[in-house]
Write a protein that binds this ligand. Structure first.
Ligand code: NAD
Ligand code: TYD
Length: 348
Protein backbone atom coordinates (compact mmCIF):
# COMPACT_ATOMS: atom_id res chain seq x y z
CA UNK A 1 0.00 0.00 0.00
CA UNK A 2 1.34 3.45 -0.79
CA UNK A 3 -0.09 6.49 1.00
CA UNK A 4 -1.77 4.30 3.61
CA UNK A 5 -1.46 6.97 6.29
CA UNK A 6 -3.74 9.31 4.35
CA UNK A 7 -7.52 9.56 4.32
CA UNK A 8 -8.57 6.84 1.86
CA UNK A 9 -5.51 4.63 2.35
CA UNK A 10 -6.03 4.34 6.11
CA UNK A 11 -9.72 3.53 5.61
CA UNK A 12 -8.77 0.95 2.98
CA UNK A 13 -6.30 -0.84 5.24
CA UNK A 14 -8.84 -0.97 8.07
CA UNK A 15 -11.52 -2.13 5.61
CA UNK A 16 -9.61 -5.05 4.10
CA UNK A 17 -8.62 -6.39 7.52
CA UNK A 18 -12.11 -5.99 9.01
CA UNK A 19 -14.46 -6.68 6.10
CA UNK A 20 -12.51 -7.71 3.05
CA UNK A 21 -11.44 -11.16 4.23
CA UNK A 22 -7.81 -10.21 3.58
CA UNK A 23 -5.43 -12.99 4.62
CA UNK A 24 -2.03 -11.47 3.87
CA UNK A 25 0.19 -8.75 5.25
CA UNK A 26 0.03 -5.01 4.55
CA UNK A 27 3.22 -3.03 4.11
CA UNK A 28 2.24 0.63 4.27
CA UNK A 29 4.75 2.86 2.47
CA UNK A 30 4.14 6.50 3.29
CA UNK A 31 6.34 9.60 3.34
CA UNK A 32 4.16 11.20 6.04
CA UNK A 33 3.65 14.57 4.43
CA UNK A 34 1.36 17.08 6.19
CA UNK A 35 -1.54 14.84 4.99
CA UNK A 36 -0.25 11.56 6.42
CA UNK A 37 -0.88 10.56 10.00
CA UNK A 38 0.56 7.18 11.01
CA UNK A 39 -1.44 7.35 14.23
CA UNK A 40 -4.65 7.00 12.18
CA UNK A 41 -3.76 3.30 12.04
CA UNK A 42 -2.81 2.77 15.69
CA UNK A 43 -5.87 0.51 16.14
CA UNK A 44 -4.91 -1.61 13.11
CA UNK A 45 -1.33 -1.90 14.35
CA UNK A 46 -2.58 -3.07 17.75
CA UNK A 47 -5.05 -5.57 16.28
CA UNK A 48 -2.92 -7.00 13.48
CA UNK A 49 0.56 -7.17 14.98
CA UNK A 50 3.12 -8.00 12.30
CA UNK A 51 0.43 -8.37 9.65
CA UNK A 52 0.61 -4.57 9.45
CA UNK A 53 4.00 -2.96 8.83
CA UNK A 54 4.68 0.75 8.45
CA UNK A 55 7.68 1.98 6.40
CA UNK A 56 8.36 5.69 6.12
CA UNK A 57 9.41 5.90 2.48
CA UNK A 58 9.07 8.49 -0.29
CA UNK A 59 7.71 6.80 -3.43
CA UNK A 60 10.21 8.91 -5.41
CA UNK A 61 13.13 7.12 -3.69
CA UNK A 62 13.94 4.25 -6.07
CA UNK A 63 16.35 2.37 -3.79
CA UNK A 64 14.15 2.56 -0.72
CA UNK A 65 11.07 1.36 -2.62
CA UNK A 66 13.06 -1.40 -4.29
CA UNK A 67 14.51 -2.64 -0.98
CA UNK A 68 11.04 -2.70 0.48
CA UNK A 69 9.54 -4.71 -2.38
CA UNK A 70 12.36 -7.24 -2.16
CA UNK A 71 12.45 -7.40 1.65
CA UNK A 72 8.74 -8.17 1.99
CA UNK A 73 8.32 -10.05 -1.31
CA UNK A 74 5.49 -7.70 -2.25
CA UNK A 75 3.15 -9.14 -4.91
CA UNK A 76 0.44 -6.45 -5.04
CA UNK A 77 0.63 -2.68 -4.87
CA UNK A 78 -2.40 -0.50 -4.25
CA UNK A 79 -1.15 2.96 -5.06
CA UNK A 80 -2.86 5.77 -3.10
CA UNK A 81 0.12 8.05 -2.37
CA UNK A 82 -0.37 11.45 -3.94
CA UNK A 83 -0.62 15.13 -3.31
CA UNK A 84 -4.39 15.34 -3.34
CA UNK A 85 -5.71 18.85 -2.78
CA UNK A 86 -6.66 21.05 -5.76
CA UNK A 87 -6.18 24.34 -3.85
CA UNK A 88 -2.64 23.38 -2.84
CA UNK A 89 -1.88 22.40 -6.46
CA UNK A 90 -2.81 25.93 -7.53
CA UNK A 91 -0.48 27.54 -4.98
CA UNK A 92 2.38 25.04 -5.36
CA UNK A 93 2.21 22.62 -8.30
CA UNK A 94 5.80 21.33 -8.06
CA UNK A 95 5.09 18.72 -5.36
CA UNK A 96 2.19 17.42 -7.44
CA UNK A 97 4.40 16.88 -10.46
CA UNK A 98 7.03 15.24 -8.29
CA UNK A 99 4.90 12.82 -6.26
CA UNK A 100 2.00 12.16 -8.60
CA UNK A 101 3.92 11.86 -11.86
CA UNK A 102 7.57 11.14 -11.02
CA UNK A 103 6.63 9.08 -7.95
CA UNK A 104 4.19 6.89 -9.90
CA UNK A 105 6.74 6.43 -12.68
CA UNK A 106 9.36 5.49 -10.09
CA UNK A 107 7.09 2.87 -8.50
CA UNK A 108 6.34 1.36 -11.89
CA UNK A 109 10.03 1.21 -12.75
CA UNK A 110 10.82 -0.55 -9.46
CA UNK A 111 8.02 -3.05 -10.14
CA UNK A 112 9.25 -3.64 -13.68
CA UNK A 113 12.70 -4.43 -12.34
CA UNK A 114 11.74 -6.46 -9.27
CA UNK A 115 8.73 -8.32 -10.71
CA UNK A 116 10.57 -8.86 -14.00
CA UNK A 117 7.68 -10.16 -16.11
CA UNK A 118 5.91 -12.08 -13.30
CA UNK A 119 2.21 -12.53 -13.96
CA UNK A 120 1.11 -13.36 -10.42
CA UNK A 121 1.36 -9.72 -9.33
CA UNK A 122 -0.82 -6.62 -9.55
CA UNK A 123 -0.34 -2.85 -9.59
CA UNK A 124 -3.62 -1.07 -8.84
CA UNK A 125 -3.57 2.67 -9.46
CA UNK A 126 -6.05 4.83 -7.55
CA UNK A 127 -7.16 7.88 -9.51
CA UNK A 128 -9.86 10.50 -9.71
CA UNK A 129 -12.76 11.52 -11.95
CA UNK A 130 -11.19 15.00 -12.13
CA UNK A 131 -8.99 13.76 -15.01
CA UNK A 132 -12.09 13.95 -17.25
CA UNK A 133 -12.44 17.71 -16.82
CA UNK A 134 -15.56 19.75 -16.17
CA UNK A 135 -19.16 18.96 -17.18
CA UNK A 136 -22.00 21.36 -17.95
CA UNK A 137 -25.53 20.75 -16.68
CA UNK A 138 -25.87 17.56 -18.76
CA UNK A 139 -23.83 14.40 -19.33
CA UNK A 140 -21.59 12.02 -17.42
CA UNK A 141 -18.03 10.74 -17.33
CA UNK A 142 -17.60 7.20 -18.67
CA UNK A 143 -14.44 5.08 -18.67
CA UNK A 144 -14.13 6.02 -22.35
CA UNK A 145 -14.47 9.79 -21.86
CA UNK A 146 -11.38 11.59 -23.23
CA UNK A 147 -9.16 13.13 -20.57
CA UNK A 148 -9.39 16.91 -20.18
CA UNK A 149 -7.80 17.88 -16.84
CA UNK A 150 -7.93 21.54 -15.77
CA UNK A 151 -6.00 21.89 -12.49
CA UNK A 152 -2.37 21.03 -11.73
CA UNK A 153 -3.75 18.27 -9.45
CA UNK A 154 -5.95 16.67 -12.10
CA UNK A 155 -3.29 17.13 -14.80
CA UNK A 156 -0.73 15.33 -12.64
CA UNK A 157 -3.19 12.49 -11.92
CA UNK A 158 -4.08 12.26 -15.63
CA UNK A 159 -0.41 12.01 -16.47
CA UNK A 160 0.11 9.24 -13.93
CA UNK A 161 -2.90 7.34 -15.33
CA UNK A 162 -1.38 7.45 -18.82
CA UNK A 163 1.97 6.19 -17.56
CA UNK A 164 0.31 3.27 -15.72
CA UNK A 165 -1.59 2.38 -18.92
CA UNK A 166 1.63 2.58 -20.90
CA UNK A 167 3.25 -0.02 -18.62
CA UNK A 168 0.40 -2.40 -19.36
CA UNK A 169 0.56 -1.98 -23.11
CA UNK A 170 4.33 -1.66 -23.49
CA UNK A 171 5.72 -3.97 -20.82
CA UNK A 172 2.73 -6.24 -20.19
CA UNK A 173 2.70 -5.26 -16.52
CA UNK A 174 -0.41 -6.48 -14.69
CA UNK A 175 -2.27 -3.29 -13.82
CA UNK A 176 -5.79 -2.17 -12.97
CA UNK A 177 -7.01 1.34 -12.39
CA UNK A 178 -9.95 3.18 -10.81
CA UNK A 179 -11.26 6.74 -11.20
CA UNK A 180 -13.45 7.81 -8.31
CA UNK A 181 -15.63 10.77 -7.42
CA UNK A 182 -15.30 12.93 -4.26
CA UNK A 183 -14.93 10.88 -1.07
CA UNK A 184 -16.00 11.82 2.45
CA UNK A 185 -15.83 10.08 5.81
CA UNK A 186 -13.59 9.59 8.87
CA UNK A 187 -9.91 10.64 8.85
CA UNK A 188 -10.23 13.17 6.01
CA UNK A 189 -7.70 15.97 6.38
CA UNK A 190 -9.50 19.23 7.25
CA UNK A 191 -8.68 21.07 4.03
CA UNK A 192 -11.37 19.36 1.93
CA UNK A 193 -14.93 20.70 1.82
CA UNK A 194 -16.77 18.45 4.29
CA UNK A 195 -14.29 18.45 7.21
CA UNK A 196 -13.52 22.18 6.69
CA UNK A 197 -17.21 22.98 7.06
CA UNK A 198 -17.74 20.66 9.97
CA UNK A 199 -14.78 21.80 12.03
CA UNK A 200 -15.58 25.46 11.34
CA UNK A 201 -19.16 24.89 12.52
CA UNK A 202 -17.91 23.42 15.77
CA UNK A 203 -15.88 26.59 16.37
CA UNK A 204 -18.60 28.95 15.12
CA UNK A 205 -16.25 30.15 12.36
CA UNK A 206 -17.39 31.33 8.88
CA UNK A 207 -18.19 28.55 6.37
CA UNK A 208 -16.34 29.59 3.19
CA UNK A 209 -18.30 28.70 0.04
CA UNK A 210 -16.35 29.35 -3.16
CA UNK A 211 -17.96 31.47 -5.92
CA UNK A 212 -21.73 31.10 -6.26
CA UNK A 213 -21.83 27.73 -4.47
CA UNK A 214 -23.43 26.10 -7.51
CA UNK A 215 -20.51 23.84 -8.46
CA UNK A 216 -21.59 20.21 -8.36
CA UNK A 217 -19.71 17.23 -6.96
CA UNK A 218 -20.70 13.56 -6.78
CA UNK A 219 -20.11 12.30 -3.22
CA UNK A 220 -19.23 8.75 -2.17
CA UNK A 221 -18.74 7.45 1.36
CA UNK A 222 -15.09 6.41 1.68
CA UNK A 223 -15.86 2.81 2.66
CA UNK A 224 -17.79 2.36 -0.58
CA UNK A 225 -14.71 3.55 -2.47
CA UNK A 226 -12.61 1.04 -0.49
CA UNK A 227 -14.97 -1.83 -1.31
CA UNK A 228 -14.83 -0.85 -4.99
CA UNK A 229 -11.04 -0.86 -5.06
CA UNK A 230 -10.99 -4.19 -3.21
CA UNK A 231 -13.43 -5.68 -5.75
CA UNK A 232 -11.14 -4.57 -8.58
CA UNK A 233 -7.99 -5.87 -6.87
CA UNK A 234 -9.68 -9.23 -6.30
CA UNK A 235 -11.49 -9.62 -9.62
CA UNK A 236 -10.91 -6.75 -12.04
CA UNK A 237 -9.76 -7.48 -15.57
CA UNK A 238 -6.10 -6.67 -16.23
CA UNK A 239 -5.42 -3.47 -18.14
CA UNK A 240 -8.92 -2.16 -17.39
CA UNK A 241 -10.01 1.01 -15.68
CA UNK A 242 -13.20 1.20 -13.61
CA UNK A 243 -15.19 4.28 -12.63
CA UNK A 244 -16.39 4.34 -9.03
CA UNK A 245 -19.01 6.92 -8.06
CA UNK A 246 -21.71 7.89 -5.65
CA UNK A 247 -24.39 8.72 -8.25
CA UNK A 248 -25.10 11.39 -5.66
CA UNK A 249 -24.78 14.91 -7.07
CA UNK A 250 -24.98 17.95 -4.83
CA UNK A 251 -24.34 21.63 -5.38
CA UNK A 252 -21.86 22.82 -2.77
CA UNK A 253 -24.36 25.21 -1.22
CA UNK A 254 -27.07 22.54 -0.85
CA UNK A 255 -24.54 20.19 0.70
CA UNK A 256 -23.32 22.80 3.19
CA UNK A 257 -26.91 23.64 4.14
CA UNK A 258 -27.68 19.93 4.68
CA UNK A 259 -24.57 19.59 6.84
CA UNK A 260 -25.63 22.63 8.87
CA UNK A 261 -29.02 21.02 9.58
CA UNK A 262 -27.62 17.61 10.50
CA UNK A 263 -24.91 19.07 12.72
CA UNK A 264 -27.41 21.36 14.48
CA UNK A 265 -29.58 18.31 15.28
CA UNK A 266 -26.58 16.58 16.84
CA UNK A 267 -25.24 19.53 18.82
CA UNK A 268 -28.68 20.69 19.98
CA UNK A 269 -28.47 24.05 18.22
CA UNK A 270 -31.27 25.94 16.51
CA UNK A 271 -31.94 24.65 12.92
CA UNK A 272 -30.51 27.82 11.34
CA UNK A 273 -27.63 28.35 13.77
CA UNK A 274 -24.84 27.13 11.50
CA UNK A 275 -26.45 28.37 8.26
CA UNK A 276 -25.85 31.92 9.48
CA UNK A 277 -22.11 31.20 9.26
CA UNK A 278 -22.20 30.54 5.49
CA UNK A 279 -19.96 33.08 3.75
CA UNK A 280 -19.46 33.32 -0.01
CA UNK A 281 -15.79 33.86 -0.81
CA UNK A 282 -13.66 34.45 -3.91
CA UNK A 283 -13.87 31.55 -6.35
CA UNK A 284 -11.08 29.02 -6.95
CA UNK A 285 -9.28 29.77 -10.27
CA UNK A 286 -10.34 27.32 -12.99
CA UNK A 287 -12.99 25.86 -10.67
CA UNK A 288 -14.50 22.80 -12.42
CA UNK A 289 -18.27 23.26 -12.60
CA UNK A 290 -19.63 19.74 -12.36
CA UNK A 291 -18.39 16.18 -11.90
CA UNK A 292 -20.73 13.21 -12.44
CA UNK A 293 -19.79 9.65 -13.21
CA UNK A 294 -21.38 6.53 -14.65
CA UNK A 295 -20.13 3.44 -12.87
CA UNK A 296 -22.15 0.68 -14.55
CA UNK A 297 -18.96 -1.20 -15.51
CA UNK A 298 -17.89 -2.03 -11.96
CA UNK A 299 -21.50 -2.75 -11.01
CA UNK A 300 -22.13 -5.13 -13.91
CA UNK A 301 -18.73 -6.83 -13.99
CA UNK A 302 -17.86 -7.04 -10.31
CA UNK A 303 -21.23 -6.75 -8.55
CA UNK A 304 -20.11 -3.65 -6.65
CA UNK A 305 -22.64 -1.10 -5.44
CA UNK A 306 -22.80 1.79 -3.01
CA UNK A 307 -23.96 0.71 0.44
CA UNK A 308 -24.24 3.95 2.41
CA UNK A 309 -26.88 6.61 1.66
CA UNK A 310 -25.73 10.22 1.77
CA UNK A 311 -27.65 11.18 4.91
CA UNK A 312 -26.37 8.04 6.68
CA UNK A 313 -22.80 8.70 5.53
CA UNK A 314 -22.90 12.37 6.53
CA UNK A 315 -24.32 11.40 9.90
CA UNK A 316 -21.57 8.80 10.44
CA UNK A 317 -18.95 11.36 9.41
CA UNK A 318 -20.27 14.11 11.70
CA UNK A 319 -20.44 11.64 14.60
CA UNK A 320 -16.87 10.52 13.90
CA UNK A 321 -15.50 14.07 13.99
CA UNK A 322 -17.54 14.85 17.13
CA UNK A 323 -16.24 11.70 18.86
CA UNK A 324 -12.62 11.98 17.74
CA UNK A 325 -11.67 15.44 18.92
CA UNK A 326 -8.21 14.17 19.87
CA UNK A 327 -7.50 13.31 16.21
CA UNK A 328 -8.74 16.67 14.94
CA UNK A 329 -6.98 18.61 17.73
CA UNK A 330 -3.73 16.81 16.88
CA UNK A 331 -4.17 17.68 13.17
CA UNK A 332 -5.17 21.29 13.78
CA UNK A 333 -2.35 21.96 16.24
CA UNK A 334 0.26 20.21 14.09
CA UNK A 335 0.92 17.86 17.01
CA UNK A 336 0.94 14.84 14.67
CA UNK A 337 3.83 16.42 12.73
CA UNK A 338 5.79 16.82 15.95
CA UNK A 339 5.17 13.10 16.49
CA UNK A 340 6.74 12.46 13.08
CA UNK A 341 9.69 14.67 14.03
CA UNK A 342 10.15 12.72 17.24
CA UNK A 343 9.76 9.24 15.78
CA UNK A 344 11.30 9.67 12.37
CA UNK A 345 13.68 12.58 12.78
CA UNK A 346 12.25 15.37 10.65
CA UNK A 347 9.01 16.01 8.87
CA UNK A 348 8.40 15.65 5.16
P1 NAD B 1 -4.45 12.24 1.30
O1 NAD B 1 -3.84 13.54 0.90
O2 NAD B 1 -5.36 12.20 2.48
O3 NAD B 1 -3.28 11.17 1.59
C1 NAD B 1 -2.16 11.05 0.75
C2 NAD B 1 -1.13 10.17 1.47
O4 NAD B 1 -0.01 10.00 0.59
C3 NAD B 1 -0.60 10.79 2.77
O5 NAD B 1 -0.54 9.82 3.78
C4 NAD B 1 0.80 11.27 2.38
O6 NAD B 1 1.70 11.28 3.47
C5 NAD B 1 1.18 10.24 1.32
N1 NAD B 1 2.22 10.75 0.40
C6 NAD B 1 2.21 11.94 -0.27
N2 NAD B 1 3.33 12.05 -1.00
C7 NAD B 1 4.05 10.91 -0.82
C8 NAD B 1 5.29 10.42 -1.33
N3 NAD B 1 6.04 11.15 -2.17
N4 NAD B 1 5.70 9.20 -0.94
C9 NAD B 1 4.97 8.44 -0.07
N5 NAD B 1 3.79 8.86 0.45
C10 NAD B 1 3.33 10.08 0.07
O7 NAD B 1 -5.17 11.69 -0.01
P2 NAD B 1 -6.51 10.85 -0.17
O8 NAD B 1 -7.65 11.78 -0.20
O9 NAD B 1 -6.49 9.73 0.79
O10 NAD B 1 -6.32 10.29 -1.65
C11 NAD B 1 -5.65 9.06 -1.88
C12 NAD B 1 -5.64 8.78 -3.38
O11 NAD B 1 -6.98 8.72 -3.87
C13 NAD B 1 -4.93 9.83 -4.21
O12 NAD B 1 -4.19 9.19 -5.22
C14 NAD B 1 -6.06 10.67 -4.79
O13 NAD B 1 -5.69 11.23 -6.02
C15 NAD B 1 -7.13 9.60 -4.97
N6 NAD B 1 -8.52 10.09 -4.93
C16 NAD B 1 -8.96 10.86 -3.88
C17 NAD B 1 -10.28 11.26 -3.84
C18 NAD B 1 -10.82 12.08 -2.69
O14 NAD B 1 -11.98 12.51 -2.71
N7 NAD B 1 -10.03 12.31 -1.61
C19 NAD B 1 -11.16 10.89 -4.86
C20 NAD B 1 -10.67 10.10 -5.92
C21 NAD B 1 -9.35 9.70 -5.92
P1 TYD C 1 -12.64 19.84 -2.35
O1 TYD C 1 -13.10 19.13 -1.12
O2 TYD C 1 -11.41 20.66 -2.28
O3 TYD C 1 -12.54 18.72 -3.49
P2 TYD C 1 -12.33 18.89 -5.11
O4 TYD C 1 -11.86 20.26 -5.40
O5 TYD C 1 -11.26 17.87 -5.38
O6 TYD C 1 -13.65 18.56 -5.72
O7 TYD C 1 -13.81 20.78 -2.83
C1 TYD C 1 -15.11 20.28 -3.13
C2 TYD C 1 -15.94 21.43 -3.65
O8 TYD C 1 -16.13 22.37 -2.59
C3 TYD C 1 -15.26 22.20 -4.76
O9 TYD C 1 -16.26 22.64 -5.68
C4 TYD C 1 -14.66 23.41 -4.05
C5 TYD C 1 -15.62 23.67 -2.92
N1 TYD C 1 -15.05 24.22 -1.67
C6 TYD C 1 -15.64 25.32 -1.07
O10 TYD C 1 -16.62 25.89 -1.58
N2 TYD C 1 -15.11 25.79 0.11
C7 TYD C 1 -14.03 25.20 0.70
O11 TYD C 1 -13.57 25.68 1.78
C8 TYD C 1 -13.44 24.05 0.08
C9 TYD C 1 -12.24 23.39 0.70
C10 TYD C 1 -13.99 23.60 -1.11
Amino acid sequence: MTGGAGFIGSNFIRFIFQSGGFKGRVINIDKLTYAGNAESLADVQAAQGDRYVFERIDICDFDAVKNCLVKYDVDCIVHFAAESHVDRSIHGPAEFIQTNIVGTFNLLEVCRQVWNGRNDVLFHHVSTDEVFGSLGAEGYFYETTPYDPRSPYSASKASSDHIVNAYFHTYGMDITMSNCTNNYGPYQFPEKLIPVMLLNMLEDKPLPVYGDGMNIRDWLYVIDHCSGIWAIVCGGRLGETYNIGGENEWTNIDLVNRMCELTAEKTGKDKDHYKKLITYVKDRPGHDRRYAIKCDKIKNELGWKQSVTFDAGLSLTIDWYLNNQAWTDSIKSGEYLRWVDKNYGGRA
